[in-house]
Design a protein around this ligand. Structure first.
Ligand SMILES: [Zn+2]
Length: 135
């Protein structure tokens, strides 16, 4: 679980470098040595990278869309022997969505709120409820 905490969404560009070349979801444990879930993990990691880039650029809709794609990819291995891997991936994707959601919440409330981000916040809100429901 420690590996998961090292890779975070942040608004600063430097965070990308700090995260380094490591994948958002490291190979932690899989009873099949990743043989069944390796493709999904690669796809989801790619989505998380793209999502983070969009997040840094404040392209929240794109960022949310990438997480959605990543989440859908977990469906492919849900019923397989890698169900626990799918669960781990989902947890990681949900964490990222929570960060986007939190950021949008801050930006759309308060005195200096930016109403232009309201639609993105609504989408993030819907998605995170969906994620939590299936968690
Ligand atoms: Zn697995």
């Amino acid at each position: 679980m420690k590996e998961m905490k090292g890779w975070i969404f942040s608004r600063t560009k430097a965070s990308r470098e700090k995260n380094g070349p490591s994948d958002p979801i490291q190979f932690v444990s899989c009873q099949f040595n990743g043989s069944k879930c390796v493709n999904q993990r690669a796809k989801i990691n790619q989505c998380l990278f793209k999502s983070h880039d969009s997040f840094v650029d404040k392209e929240y809709d794109d960022s949310i869309e990438e997480l959605k794609t990543a989440y859908v990819a977990t469906h492919d291995i849900l019923g397989s022997p890698c169900a626990s891997c799918a669960q781990l991936f989902r947890t990681r994707i949900t964490q990222s969505m929570e960060q986007i959601h939190g950021e949008l919440h801050r930006m759309t409330t308060g005195f200096f709120r930016w109403d232009c981000y309201k639609p993105s916040y609504e989408v993030a809100n819907t998605m995170i409820n969906e994620f939590r429901k299936n968690a």
